[in-house]
Write a protein that binds this ligand. Structure first.
Ligand code: FE
Length: 216
C-alpha cells in the first residue's frame, strides 16, 4: 500500500474552537466535511490525544473557521503545533464571541457554529458529527486547501493530524529537525551551518528556538 497515494484526497484548512468555563480552546483541523444537506451536519476528525477533543466532548458546542490562502504561518502553527493546555492561542489573534463561542476571524472566509450530536470512536481518532446552527461569510476570499498549504507554504502536518505521514529523511547528513513541527534544517542546503545560527534564531515554521531542534 502506498500511503502517499492518499495524498490525492483533498482537504481544507480549518480551526475548531470551543469555550470551557472562561477558557478559549481550539486547534487546527484539515478534516471537516458536510455529510447532510438539509439541516446540515458536518463531520470533523480529531485525534484522541488532542486537548480540544477532550474538551469538546464536554462542551458539545464549537465554532469552525475556514482559513483563506492569506492565513499566516503564525496562525496555522499556533493552532496546529501547540496545545491549548499550555498556551493561550487567542492572545494576539483576531477573534470574536458569537453565540458564546470564540470564533477565529483572522484571514477567515467563513465561520460555522455547531453542536456536537454524536461522537464516533475510530481507533486513534474520534469523528464528531456536528449540527450546523449558524454559518456566515466573513471575507470574500479563496479558502486555503491542504495541498496549497503543503506546496506553496511548504507546510508540515502536525503529528496528530489524520493525514500525518512520517517524513522520509533520506541521508541524514547534517540535518536538524524541529521537535515541535518537524521542520528540517539541512546544513548542506543552507548558507549558515545550524551551529552558527544566532541564539535568537527561530524555526521558520512554528517559531520555537534552536533548543527545540534535534540532530538527526
Ligand atoms: Fe518548528
Amino acid at each position: 500500500m502506498s500511503l502517499e497515494a492518499l495524498n490525492n484526497l483533498s482537504y481544507g484548512m480549518y480551526v475548531i474552537t470551543t469555550k470551557q468555563n472562561q477558557k478559549n480552546i481550539g486547534c487546527f483541523i484539515n478534516t471537516a466535511i458536510q455529510i447532510t444537506s438539509k439541516n446540515p451536519i458536518i463531520a470533523v476528525s480529531l485525534n484522541k490525544e488532542n486537548y480540544t477533543n477532550q474538551i469538546l466532548k464536554e462542551t458539545r458546542k464549537c465554532a469552525i473557521s475556514i482559513l483563506t490562502e492569506k492565513a499566516s504561518q503564525n496562525l496555522i502553527s499556533k493552532f496546529g503545533f501547540f496545545s491549548s493546555k499550555e498556551i493561550n492561542k487567542f492572545e494576539d489573534i483576531n477573534f470574536q464571541y458569537v453565540d458564546e463561542m470564540p470564533v477565529v476571524l483572522e484571514d477567515v472566509c467563513t465561520y460555522i457554529i455547531g453542536e456536537v450530536i454524536r461522537v464516533i470512536d475510530v481507533e486513534t481518532h474520534d469523528i464528531f458529527l456536528i449540527r450546523v446552527l449558524r454559518a456566515e461569510n466573513v471575507l470574500d476570499d479563496v479558502p486555503m486547501t491542504y495541498r496549497y498549504y503543503h506546496e506553496k507554504l511548504k507546510g508540515k502536518a502536525p503529528k496528530k493530524a489524520p493525514t500525518y505521514q512520517e517524513e522520509k529523511i533520506g541521508d541524514k547528513g547534517n540535518k536538524y529537525q524541529c521537535s515541535i513541527c518537524g521542520y528540517i534544517y539541512d546544513d548542506d542546503k543552507e548558507k549558515i551551518k545550524f551551529a552558527d545560527l544566532p541564539d535568537d534564531w527561530t524555526c521558520p515554521m512554528c517559531g520555537v528556538g534552536k533548543d527545540k531542534f534535534v540532530k538527526l
